[in-house]
Write a protein that binds this ligand. Structure first.
Ligand code: ADP
Length: 371
């Protein structure tokens, strides 16, 4: 009976953590080893098999020291894109029910963020979260339409590089940002405005009405092309900018007049690698500093929300200011921490896990111990 008591207590503790965290969840995903990466005899990552941590724990050995972390969910390398999507489809439903949702992918370059978000184009079973979310949204839209619901959906896609916003969709007003970048001028200064209804608008940002997955897929292709052109023109490395995909969903029930206004934000964050790895002079230094600033601002915001602090420092970066209406309140946030299993990445992996752990569960331990 002691075992049962212990189990009950653990469950209670786990529920308390969830309650404290409100609508914030953190999932860890470890990608498979890629060809040419280190072999199995050198295992730096393992997964505790005790009931308590099954599916939620991850352990990393670095310099002979073992570090253990717990998340809401841990996806091992074998997890398929579908396994991952199953766990987030509820969030997509929330956006359709009128909630504001943010899903982030965090991790060093090469850890699988883009694979998680976009997947491999052209291979259906390797489609990532964005195409799968779209599939679910448009399917649900169709089935709800037969029950008298009418929907309007709009998408925008932007990236934030060096604290500057770049529109990734073609604009009707000019030849678009691609042209502006080609002309050698820096990307236009887009201004973020908050309206009284608690929404953010980015001045001049292209927002497109969409009715089908095909239309959005076309826009996604355009966005990824704009990203590439922008990067080459500005001499950036890949993964130095945050990619923000936003879909606004408005619905009205023709029978009851009930309205919903949901938002789904899917964000592929810039690589989180530290300064030493990416070089530390000139433009690269500025880049890394602005990435660090926005990632740590994001962490500060989520941490403040998890701790239910009165002051949430949204204004410290463009990313958090832009997403402010979708972070906190009754909105829902999920962060993927993407990890590479390669032992040469264990330093970066440890940093990512620590970052995530800070966002994830420390509020139950740290503040109490300080009291
Ligand atoms: P990031 O966006 O973090 O820089 P990528 O998503 O580009 O990283 O992933 C790096 C490489 O690893 C890519 O070749 C990608 O296809 C591969 N990869 C990442 N995650 C997985 C996975 N879960 N299964 C198979 N291949 C993966």
């Amino acid at each position: 009976s002691k075992v049962i008591e212990g189990e009950k207590l653990r469950k209670k503790l786990h529920n308390t953590i969830l309650e404290l965290k409100g609508n914030i969840r953190v999932f860890c995903r470890v990608r498979p080893l890629l060809p040419g990466e280190n072999s199995s005899e050198d295992k730096s990552i393992s997964y505790p098999t005790s009931m308590e941590f099954l599916g939620r724990g991850v352990e990393l050995v670095q310099n002979g020291q073992k570090h253990s972390f717990t998340f809401d969910k841990v996806f091992m390398p074998e997890a398929s894109q579908d396994d991952v999507f199953v766990e987030i489809s509820q969030l997509v439903q929330s956006a359709l029910d009128g909630y504001k949702v943010c899903v982030f992918a965090y991790g060093q370059t090469g850890s699988g963020k883009t694979y998680t978000m976009m997947g491999k184009p052209g291979i259906p079973e390797e489609q990532g979260l964005i195409p799968r979310c779209l599939e679910q949204i448009f399917q649900t839209k169709q089935s709800h339409q037969s029950q008298g619901w009418r929907y309007e959906m709009q998408v925008s896609m932007l990236e934030i590089y060096n604290e500057m916003i770049r529109d990734l969709l073609p604009s009707n007003r000019s030849n678009g940002d691609v042209a502006r970048i080609e002309n050698g001028s820096a990307a236009k200064q887009y201004v973020i405005k908050h309206d009284p209804n608690g929404n953010t608008h980015v001045s001049d940002l292209t927002v497109v009405d969409v009715c089908s997955k095909r239309e959005v897929s076309y826009l996604l292709k355009h966005a990824s092309h704009s990203r590439l052109v922008g990067k080459t023109q500005m001499n950036e490395e890949s993964s130095r900018s945050h990619f923000v995909f936003t879909m606004r969903i408005s619905g009205i029930s023709e029978s009851t007049g009930q309205q919903i206004h949901g938002v789904l934000n899917l964000i592929d964050l810039a690589g989180s690698e530290r300064l030493s790895k990416s070089g530390s002079t000139g433009d690269r230094l500025k880049e890394t500093q602005s990435i660090n600033k926005s990632l740590s601002s994001l962490c500060d915001v989520i941490f403040a929300l998890a701790k239910k602090e009165e002051y949430v420092p949204y204004r410290n970066s463009k990313l958090t200011y832009l997403l402010q209406p979708c972070l906190g309140g009754d909105s829902k946030t999920l962060m993927f921490v993407n990890i590479s299993p390669d032992s040469s990445s264990s330093g970066e992996s440890l940093c990512s896990l620590r970052f995530a752990a800070r966002v994830n569960a420390c509020e139950i331990g740290v503040p109490r111990r300080n009291m």
